[in-house]
Design a protein around this ligand. Sequence first.
Ligand SMILES: Cc1cc2nc3c(=O)[nH]c(=O)nc-3n(C[C@H](O)[C@H](O)[C@H](O)COP(=O)(O)O)c2cc1C
Length: 432
Amino acid sequence: MNTIEKSSTSLQGVRIALGISGGIAAYKAPLIIRLLVKAGAEVRVLATANALQFTTRATLETLSENPLESALFSSDKPIGTQHIDTALWADVFLLAPTTANLIGKIASGISDDVLTSTLCAFSGPVMLAPSMNTNMYENPVTKKNLKFLRSIGFTIIEPDIGEMACHTHGVGRMAEPERIVAEVCDFFASRKLGESKVAKNLAGSGSFAGQKVVVTAGPCREPIDPVRYISNYSSGKMGYALAVAAREMGADVTLISGPTNLAPPDDVAFVAVETTSQMQSATLAAVREADLLLMAAAPVDFAPTTMSTSKIKKTSSELEMKLSASPDILLSVAKAKSSRLVVVGFALETDDMLENATGKLRAKDLDMIVANPAGVSDAGPNSDTNRATLIMCDGDVEETQLLSKRELARLILGRVQRLQDLRASRSVSEGN
Ligand SMILES: Cc1cc2nc3c(=O)[nH]c(=O)nc-3n(C[C@H](O)[C@H](O)[C@H](O)COP(=O)(O)O)c2cc1C
């Protein structure tokens, strides 16, 4: 059994310029600074004038242990070229929160304050966490600007779906500070790994350009009555990380998702489903043309045999409900799949993990299964990290240490590539 080395999640010695703009989530910026400093980073904070309506100079300076940069021209200090100095100093520019206004300004090259001027002079990697009301986020101009920024190499830390300050519910909520800092750590870990042998081990050599990849993610819901359902704890994080990693590796990605709190990643065909049979139909339709299926969703195994059309009343102390097995998506894919389709399943197990996962791999004719333990705090459905055992159809077993879900996603895709390369070379040597 091989063991994959844990990548570093430290930011020791990393110099971060943190740009804060005037969205309500600026009140969370002090926590981002705290987490960055705790991870070992040196932080200089730049704030727009509007950002300081939501957070204070004293908090930002105390936590970053550096003077706040909030004015290009200041009456209380000598005028200088601090914006160039900070641009040359920083290893990465993190923008969190990033308003629709700031996104528009950056995409147009506007540099009319200390933040945008410093950013304009900065030539390193930029990561930004959008934060705004759903209508602002879904405004075609904001979408176009984000797409452009991604196309020039900016990393977008996708917002969450959730309750907004304006009391609406939808996409646009800034990613939580813990996720933002984890993504920065992850960025530097994969950069360091990029120079080492482990990187090749993690990411594989080629890309998925020209390949159609289908990812399923999140939980399914099976209705009991119009107001209740049976579901599970799946957050969708692993599936969404796989979709983003496959897209970054050049694949044409379809993400079929049950209800989650995650925003659909950009440049991915998104199919929203609710029940297991809806997920089955969407998956069978999508895999017809696909090269790879990553089945990271958590369908519901047993669903109520009938759905009550009206709300079941609490008239007695017990309720008996008959459940019947839901469609087995992987089994139906196994029956219908083309010879080129590679299928990767996932198994979340409480007991006998290896034995159960290997049984599932064989029963469902999978090419690989990713087994992970249930009931541990740093792995499994809701965690941002995961440890997994990859079991290949040829019997090879590989155990990872604790990785972020993004790292694990890249590792899985690297293993799929290795499998595809092996099959291609066998097919050539057999003269097919
Ligand atoms: C209470 C309040 C909350 C706001 N929250 C946001 C927000 O979360 N995201 C956003 O893009 N704009 C938000 N705005 C609007 C911005 O403050 C406005 O677009 C401003 O010009 C942004 O300036 P800046 O990008 O230079 O910081 C908010 C405005 C107010 C009054």
